[in-house]
Design a protein around this ligand. Structure first.
Ligand code: UN1
Length: 513
């Protein structure tokens, strides 16, 4: 293994023969099957992780439930101080963790580091938040009464995350949930089990050194069946799930059936609208990074480019030219822009999308294909492709987690572009490239983009942690990360206090005895 992977594994405490995929913080144990993690970078076995059984899970939920009872009584700023220490560890281990993310998931080393930076940023945010878990005060309609609301910790939060952001999404949830006073149980993706164990190792060490009860940070490992332990468990009031719309619909139904809460962050079908006076150079950078970054495996990846007919040929030629410069190869080599897809199933989905778009009448502008030969032995490296397509094609309506970009034309008013942009089932991210104030404002208006994220003159991916992250329609409606997303991790209580000697009733009701 080149690029210092062995050293990174050692620094992250992953040099065991078989790593434990189950942890209550204090204890690491697992009695399930062994999951082998192979790198999509070179096809090599990185390490093994033992999965979580139902018996293991029972120990985890018991520890989390007991730990929560103590953790919730610690003042929030003190919980923030522990998150601050956790963040110090992330800063210290940024390089090995970023490297492992790159090697186990396949994104470029730069993006691996960027992902750890998102963890660092959300922890900073959470530390400040730990002193700002504010509720409102209201004026009571009754004399001598005071009314206010307060936020209390919610309980044990279940987190299900996906392979594509194997560490950041966990931290968006945990950093907030921890300062809010919750205990967290995390099931990471079974495709990236080592990054999950690495994160849990860091959290466990920091929590233990603060004598915090075990169970505040727990890890479970395995496929959807392990996730079901949590979705079916009434002791878990909130499930935060990131992944496919298919998965989200199953989780939503299960958790709603027991009247639990969900925070869903599901598929996107993100478009950039390119207007007649768009800056073409910036459009190309934004669109190409959006479409091929992370090998098209971000939920915010750019899938569709909706270009005005006046500039269509110009934009098309510039993008096709830019694709010729893209270097595909080992993502740890910083000369490469694009690494592999996560596995061979993803390669099949990619090939299927390209076949399908041709079948439906699309026109391939940049040929795709699976790369073979030296450096591509894992079989997961593919060429980013572009097809001219119509918005109503079934394959265009569907999110393919791969670097396939669909180009389409609009005529006349920006409203026509918006109709195409909003004409999909998903509603995560969207962008417009324009120097025209009227078009930009219409894009942001009530009649504009229907997405959770709407950007002007930047691409669809690469959101900062300070804003609320998530989207509408089949994207699931949840919001993670910044702004007031923390509120979902707490329960709101309205309090009315009477400091008189009388008992006046609300709404002026008379009730004399
Ligand atoms: C995801 O793909 O699940 O906005 C998250 C972005 C990143 C997060 C993506 N900050 O592209």
């Amino acid at each position: 293994k080149e690029f210092g992977i062995d050293k990174a594994l050692e620094e992250l405490g992953l040099n065991q023969d078989i790593n434990n995929g189950t942890s209550t913080g204090e204890d690491f144990f697992s009695s399930g099957e062994v999951i082998e993690s192979y790198s999509p970078v070179d096809g090599a076995l990185i390490g093994k992780v033992r999965a979580t059984t139902k018996e293991d899970y029972d120990k985890v939920i018991a520890a989390a439930t007991a730990g929560f009872k103590e953790w919730r009584t610690m003042p929030a700023p003190q919980r923030g101080e522990i998150v601050r220490q956790f963040n110090d560890e992330l800063r210290r281990l940024k390089e090995p963790l970023g490297k492992l993310v790159s090697y186990e998931m396949g994104k470029s080393y730069q993006e691996g580091l960027g992902e750890v930076q998102e963890m660092i940023d959300i922890c900073d945010f959470a530390v400040g938040l730990s002193r700002q878990l504010h509720g409102l005060t209201m004026h009571s309609e009754r004399p001598g009464h005071r009314m206010y609301e307060q936020y209390h910790p919610l309980g044990v939060v279940g987190i299900i995350s996906a392979f594509n952001f194997p560490v950041a999404v966990w931290s968006w949830n945990t950093a907030l949930a921890w300062v809010c006073g919750d205990a967290c149980i995390w099931k990471g993706s079974e495709k990236t089990p080592l990054t999950s164990v690495a994160c849990q190792n860091i959290a466990a060490r920091v929590f233990a050194s603060n004598n915090v009860p075990a169970g505040i940070s727990c890890l479970i490992t395995g496929d959807y069946k392990v996730g079901e332990f949590m979705t079916k468990d009434e002791r878990i009031p909130l499930i935060s799930a990131t992944g496919s719309t298919r998965m989200g619909k199953i989780v939503a139904k299960e958790v709603a059936g027991r009247l639990g809460k969900t925070l869903l962050e599901l598929g996107g079908n993100n478009a950039i609208i390119v207007t007649p006076d768009a800056n073409i150079k910036n459009t190309v950078i934004g669109a190409v990074f959006g479409a091929v970054g992370t090998c098209g495996q971000r939920c915010t990846s750019t899938r569709r480019l909706i270009v005005h007919e006046e500039v269509y040929d110009k934009v098309k030629n510039a993008i096709v030219d830019a694709y010729k410069q893209i270097k595909i190869g080992n993502p740890l080599d910083e000369n490469n822009h694009v690494g592999p897809l996560i596995d061979k199933d993803a390669v099949k989905n990619y090939q299927n999308a390209l076949d399908k778009v041709v079948e439906e009448g699309g026109n391939i502008l940049v040929e795709g294909g699976v790369l073979e030969g030296e450096g591509y032995e894992s079989g997961c490296y593919v060429k980013p492709a572009i097809a001219e397509a119509e918005n109503h094609f079934e394959i265009v309506q569907h999110e393919t987690f791969a670097p396939v970009l669909y180009l389409m034309k609009y005529k006349g008013d920006v409203a026509n572009a918006l109709e195409l942009q909003n004409g999909v089932r998903q509603g995560l991210s969207s962008a417009i490239m324009t120097n025209n104030l009227r078009e930009a404002e219409r894009f942001l208006s009530v009649e504009g983009s229907d997405c959770g994220i709407a950007n002007v003159n930047i691409g669809t991916s690469g959101a900062e942690i300070g804003g609320a992250f998530g989207g509408e329609k089949e994207t699931g409606g949840g919001r993670e990360s910044g702004s007031d997303a923390w509120k979902i991790y707490m329960r709101r209580q309205t309090n009315t206090i009477n400091y008189t000697t009388e008992l006046p009733l609300a709404q002026g009701i008379k009730f004399d005895l």
